[in-house]
Design a protein around this ligand. Structure first.
Ligand SMILES: [Fe+2]
Ligand SMILES: [Fe+2]
Length: 244
């Protein structure tokens, strides 16, 4: 019972930490919270279904044996939930792995479409960094004894489609296109920041400081990229003001 209570408390702390991370990136609260809600449902079902039949079986055999059997159930239930959380974590890693692998293909296209040299340079730099993010995720998969697999990330697919639309709808050599490219790229960075921010919290919750530290490095780099893009945007605004 004590272990179960501790686990519930851990989950509550985790939820608060997640809310804190998500509040920093409010735009994605609904997407990620819906995802979590969906993923958490089977967890709750498994917990209930695995406990109920086991208790019923043991109770029907002997009434006095019931407290002993419930003692035995608690650690195994916690074990199941730990493994389910591991599975959930790996699933989310697969999602961001897909996102990074597709982003690294899209960034050179954004660079080609950009006019401002600083913006083009930022895209080149982040292409290299994104390759490093992919390598880091592969390292994390290895640390978890899991195969590095990509699972389609609908959010990144949508964000990259939006970037393509901006290129199609604007003329080359215009500040409007550069402004649109910055907007699209920052949306991508914010999505990555929200994802890695939450994954770092998850890793710490799993007592995997080694993994948390690796993911934190990527998170810091995504944040730095976001700041760099803001600086390019400010430069564009100043350029436009000077031309008036
Ligand atoms: Fe990344
Ligand atoms: Fe990024």
């Amino acid at each position: 019972m004590q272990k179960k209570k501790k686990f519930d408390k851990d989950r509550t702390v985790l939820m608060f930490q997640m809310i804190y991370q998500l509040q920093k990136h409010s735009k994605y609260i609904l997407v990620i919270a819906t995802n979590l809600h969906y993923k958490n449902k089977p967890m709750a079902t498994t917990k209930t279904s695995s406990t109920k039949p086991a208790t019923a079986k043991k109770t029907s055999t002997s009434k006095t044996a019931a407290p002993k059997s419930s003692k035995k159930q608690t650690p195994s239930a916690a074990k199941i939930e730990d493994s389910e959380f591991h599975e959930f974590f790996v699933d989310e890693l697969k999602d961001i792995y897909w996102a990074e692998k597709h982003l690294v293909k899209a960034l050179p296209k954004l660079k080609k479409a950009a006019t401002n040299p600083e913006l083009a340079e930022a895209f080149t730099k982040h292409t290299e960094e994104t390759n490093a993010h992919i390598a880091t995720l592969e390292q994390v998969f290895a640390l978890l004894d899991e195969k590095a697999q990509a699972k389609k990330c609908d959010a990144m697919e949508g964000l990259l489609k939006e970037a393509s639309s901006i290129i199609e709808d604007t003329e080359k050599g215009t500040q409007i296109r550069d402004a649109g490219l910055i907007l699209a790229a920052q949306k991508v960075e914010h999505y990555e920041i929200a994802t890695y921010g939450t994954l770092v919290v998850f890793a710490r919750n799993m007592n995997r400081e080694d993994i948390a530290e690796l993911l934190q490095l990527t998170l810091d780099n995504e944040k730095a990229t976001d700041v760099a893009l803001t600086e390019v945007a400010e430069g564009l605004v100043n350029e436009a003001a000077a031309a008036e």
